[in-house]
Design a binder for this molecule. Sequence first.
Ligand SMILES: Nc1nc2c(ncn2[C@@H]2O[C@H](COP(=O)(O)OP(=O)(O)OP(=O)(O)O)[C@@H](O)[C@H]2O)c(=O)[nH]1
Ligand SMILES: [Mg+2]
Length: 364
Amino acid sequence: MELKCKGCGAKIQTVDPKLPGFIRADVLEKRSDDFRCERCYNLMHYNRGLEVAIDEAELLAEVGKISRDALLVCIVDIFDLEGTFPENLGTFPQRKKIIVANKFDLFLKSVKKEKILAYLRKFLKERGIVPEGVMLMSAFKGSDIEGLLSELFRLKGGSDICFVGTTNVGKSTVINALAKKLGFEGELLTTSTAVSTTLGLVRIPLPDGSHLLDTPGIPNRKQATYYLSFAHQKLMLQKKFIRPRVYQLKPKQTLFIGGFCRLDFLSGEASSFVVNVPNALTVHRTKTTNAEAFYEGHKDDILKIPDAEEREKLGNFRKYSFAFGEKKREIAISGLGFIALVGSGKVDLYCFEKIKVSLREAIV
Ligand SMILES: Nc1nc2c(ncn2[C@@H]2O[C@H](COP(=O)(O)OP(=O)(O)OP(=O)(O)O)[C@@H](O)[C@H]2O)c(=O)[nH]1
Ligand SMILES: [Mg+2]
């Protein structure tokens, strides 16, 4: 049987350390049952490792081979629902599907679960998705994991449970937490702040003969993080709530969200702009007349992320024009977070064209 790494599912090889699944031949010979490839070892112990690309067609073919009777658990990141919802979910052959929205802990404690659940349900309804169940949770919260576990066992019958979703939504973290509740020892699967940590299908056997199945994340080219270096991915991944930053702006003022986007307040009454993006990202206010010169002069020292190499991958800027007023609106920027617009007026947003930007009714 083909050997696979227990942490990431990559096929084991002893030839090229620069390719996935590498393990030294002498280490492989002495291996215990629970061995990992060198990349997993480095990700787990040093939080660094090889950046690799997933073959999306191969991934879909592999998930396509999983029994139609398996319970499909689609995990999304609730802080980036627009960006992490797999639009091709309907094409997965598994009949029973549930949607698990993870990372609820990124919202402030005061944010009501019911409100976010209503937003999630509406989002699914608009796309015609009718799952067997919908859950909102955090992989870091024990009671949420217990709730998920009982829901999964209620729905699965004797079948396998297969976890799918775009990269970095926390699939492997959720499975590790479930496995711990089931009595497994240690961290079974490799998890990390990098996108594409899991590289192949990993099966964890359960006592009833069924399995928990982890899969590689579907590459997410709509998300800012996809284009970032390993180090910047790490900076952008928040393990705790995102601190909202409030700016009172008058027309003709501009906000920079790192070097990813520029928001010009064109006209309207003095309004509040509540920026919910990773704490590591600089938010800078300036006069619109100075904005262009500021960006050219400070994209690398004050704004910092993305750097020149990342900007190259992100391509050109695209302009979006939005109006806001009576109803509170939010601009969601995939991989960064969202900006709540409170007041009334018109804005122009410039953001790299590859990143998904959407205007929605406010959810918080
Ligand atoms: N804040 C927060 N972070 C989480 C949560 N769950 C997972 N993470 C973090 O998100 C990052 C990605 O987690 P993984 O479990 O590796 O994600 P994945 O979906 O398996 O990623 P791929 O294997 O690349 O597809 C890690 O740094 C986790 O610690 C959560 O509920 N809240
Ligand atoms: Mg994973």
